[in-house]
Design a protein. Structure first.
Ligand SMILES: *Cc1c(COP(=O)(O)O)cnc(C)c1O
Length: 481
């Protein structure tokens, strides 16, 4: 062993003490933000670097802070420039500011299941269920009148009254409805609707897991009411109709409308998928809850984070007596949502138009103006002029397995494909759409407030690619010399 030189003190003696490092104000703040164990690991690592002589002792606190992540969660916020409104890989619906505020206020102790006036237990999430039913009552004025609405609080007493239940997601909603109504019995499903929605949602497998037996009726492209009638026997518990969402059959096809199924004398469960409460003219083929209930569905199931624009959730809406049965089923407890979901969902239903709905209805002329402004800002960097950013027509899409045939007309900024990588890895992270060898920046799903941040991110990425290209060019040139 060689002893350290006299004027070069042993680095092991200069390693800052753990308690001193943990007491530094910036480190105390980091503990509050990220938790002690993570910060302690960073402290230990920094001390090790000092011990090995790779870090100057006076730089230890800075090294600790450098090694810590910015956010407590590893989920990185993304600017969605894909033009796909409900991008499952990017977390589907972005929440409205009202929903975000609701999450904040619901994050501590709240009266989610408690009546503050009477001081006793109350129905869990009553307000959100009322908001859901209110939205339907408004959409079904001729079907569900105020007296029916009043029947809600005593759920199940009025045959035609509607009620609601919220569970974890669309798949859970369907599992609950199928289990509660058809476990150990048969459920009729058209062959053309035995679909896989993606995301691990395979209808036949899901139904099989509930202990109900699927009885397939009709053929892949055509199913008639005769097919259902022929299949019904004493073992039939319900009829299930599923909106194929991401899948279309064209040509010689036939299906049976909900209104006809409702005449067959069995409960009709309709999984509409996307969660439109009322019709939307932009999406003419997309089923909605109000119309489906009016057609006679017993229970409608759908997702909260697709076209409704709320948090991940599964909604069950329909005849109050059936919803009451579902609520009493043991599985309902296993699938129930937390206070945060209830809070965000209520704010989505009662608050301002959520981003999802705004993005679906973007005005193409406004998108074009924003794209032109973006090109102007981006071209101000020297690199921008070289790459020739340009405004091009581009169609957005609904996504999330919804409305596959629907194109949302708009505009995008076309950039070289090489920019996609640095954009994704940048801060903020930007995900564009790769199309025909270009990287398209579609502003449909970008909040207007984010245009400046996006422009900066693009300029930084363009400069990064320009530098990389220049370096390669120089490298090539020098190797030729
Ligand atoms: C998306 C979808 C589901 C699954 O909903 P999740 O909320 O993702 O669980 C079920 N059925 C249909 C028709 C869908 O489109």
């Amino acid at each position: 062993m060689t002893r350290p030189h006299a004027d070069q003190p042993d680095p092991r003696r200069t390693v800052p003490r753990t308690d001193a490092l943990l007491a530094a104000p910036a480190v105390v703040a980091a503990v509050a933000r990220l938790g002690a164990s993570r910060v302690k690991r960073a402290v230990t690592q920094a001390q090790q670097q000092v011990r090995e002589g790779r870090l100057a002792p006076q730089d230890t606190v800075a090294a600790v802070l450098d090694a810590l992540p910015v956010r407590a969660s590893s989920l990185t916020p993304v600017i969605n420039a894909t033009g796909v409104v409900l991008h499952t890989n990017l977390g589907r619906a972005p929440l409205s500011p009202a929903a975000i505020a609701a999450l904040e206020s619901a994050s501590g102790y709240v009266d989610v299941e408690f009546d503050l006036v009477e001081g006793r237990r109350a129905r869990r999430g009553a307000a959100v269920l009322e908001a859901l039913v209110d939205a339907l009552v408004a959409a079904l004025p001729d079907e569900v009148d105020a007296t029916v609405h009043e029947g809600l609080s005593t759920a199940g007493t009025t045959p035609r009254s509607v009620d609601a239940l919220v569970v974890n997601n669309g798949a859970a909603a369907l599992v609950l409805a199928t289990t509660a109504l058809a476990q150990g019995r048969e459920i009729l499903v058209s062959r053309g609707e035995l679909v896989e929605i993606g995301d691990g949602f395979r209808l036949p497998d899901l139904i099989a897991s509930t202990g109900a037996r699927i009885r397939e009726v009709g053929t892949t492209n055509r199913t008639t009411d005769r097919d259902y009638l022929d299949a019904i026997d004493t073992n039939t518990a319900a009829i299930l109709k599923v909106h194929p969402s991401n899948f279309r059959i064209e040509g010689f096809t036939a299906g049976v409308e909900t209104s006809r199924l409702a005449e067959l004398g069995l409960p009709v469960i309709v999984d509409i998928g996307s969660g439109l409460l009322t019709p939307d003219p932009v999406l003419p083929a997309e089923p909605d809850v109000a119309t489906t209930l009016r057609a006679g569905a017993t229970i409608v199931t759908c997702s909260g984070d697709k076209l409704l624009g709320g948090p991940q959730a599964g909604l069950l809406l329909g005849a109050a007596e059936y919803i009451a049965r579902l609520r009493r089923h043991p599985l309902a407890r296993a699938l129930r949502v937390d206070k945060l979901t209830l809070a965000a969902l209520e704010a989505t239903l009662t608050g301002p138009v959520p981003p999802t709905v705004q993005y679906l209805h973007r005005d193409p002329a406004e998108l074009r103006r924003r794209c032109e402004a973006l090109v102007e800002v981006v071209s101000m960097s020297s690199a921008g002029g070289i790459v020739g950013a340009e405004v091009v027509p581009a169609d957005g899409a609904v996504g999330g397995g919804g409305a596959p045939g629907v194109l949302l007309p708009g505009w995008a900024v076309s950039l070289p494909q090489a920019i996609a990588d640095p954009l994704r890895r940048g801060d903020p992270a930007v995900v564009g759409r790769l199309e025909r060898g270009r990287c398209l920046i579609d502003l449909r799903c970008v909040a207007v407030e984010d245009d400046d941040r996006l422009a900066k991110a693009i300029r930084a990425a363009l400069e990064a690619t320009a530098t990389a290209t220049a370096a390669t060019a120089t490298g090539t040139a020098s190797s030729c010399m």
